[in-house]
Design a binder for this molecule. Structure first.
Ligand SMILES: [Zn+2]
Length: 254
């Protein structure tokens, strides 16, 4: 199992990161993809990805729109070029749009720039989208990426899922699925083909509703996988095999 979206570089994990990776290995969670948040954190993120043999992406999250967007986009291009030979670098992201946060116009400018870079440098993108599906879909339409990407933390209905799938995107499914109240998402998982999904936790965020610890960790991944298996009426072994295949395909792992 691989957690396709876990911010394991954040300070939340500084005190027990090594123990956590050991506990993950014991549960069959062999690796994770660590998405980027901001330019300031890239170096630290890369060092941790390197140390723990994780995949990583480089990008700028919509919560951290930089002062000078163009300068940051140039830094991103340079950073991607510098690490192009590293086969653990698999995507551009985390990037996207978030209506609950300020600077929505500048968020769109930042995302457009990152979508163009991903297309030019031939990387899939890891997308964050909150309350902005119209705007996000329209930008993805305007900048079609043959490598596709993932709508991480997806929680929508099958109709919305299908619109992203038509554009070549997969859906990142996490701990929200463990909430019985997540009706739209449960319907999506029940109705759509397993080939459209990858699994993630968004650790340390998106802690499942009934968890005792406030911090989320990749250790919930087996629960997400077995809930997908349950809704798809397949064995967990079959589902895990397919989810791994989807991850490898999307991020072009050999
Ligand atoms: Zn994230």
């Amino acid at each position: 199992m691989i957690d396709s979206h876990a911010h394991l570089d954040l300070a939340d994990f500084d005190h027990d990161r090594a123990e956590l990776f050991n506990a993950m290995a014991l549960k069959g969670i062999n690796s994770a993809l660590i998405p980027a948040i901001s330019e300031q954190r890239w170096e630290n993120q890369l060092a941790i990805a390197q140390q723990y043999h994780c995949y990583f992406a480089l990008g700028i999250h919509p919560w951290y729109v930089p002062e000078d967007i163009n300068a940051s986009l140039v830094s991103l291009e340079n950073m991607l070029a510098k690490h192009a030979a590293n086969d653990r670098l698999v995507a551009v992201g985390e990037c996207g749009l978030d209506k609950l946060k300020p600077d929505f116009d500048r968020q769109q400018q930042l995302l457009s720039g990152q979508l163009k870079i991903a297309i030019n440098m031939e990387y899939p993108v890891i997308l964050h989208g909150v309350k902005c599906h119209q705007e996000l879909l329209s930008l993805l339409n305007r900048f079609p990426n043959p490598k596709g990407g993932v709508i991480h933390g997806f929680y929508g209905a099958p109709e919305l899922a299908s619109r992203y799938i038509e554009l070549g995107y997969k859906l990142g499914i996490g701990g929200l699925l463990l909430n019985p109240k997540a009706k739209k998402l449960r319907k999506t998982i029940t109705e759509l083909d397993i080939k459209h999904f990858i699994i993630e936790t968004d650790s340390p965020s998106m802690t499942p509703y009934n968890a005792t610890e406030k911090r989320n960790t990749p250790l919930i991944l087996p629960n997400v996988a077995s809930e997908i298996a349950n809704l798809q009426k397949k064995t967990t072994v079959f589902i895990l095999e397919r989810l791994n295949k989807n991850f490898s395909q999307l991020f072009e792992l050999s």
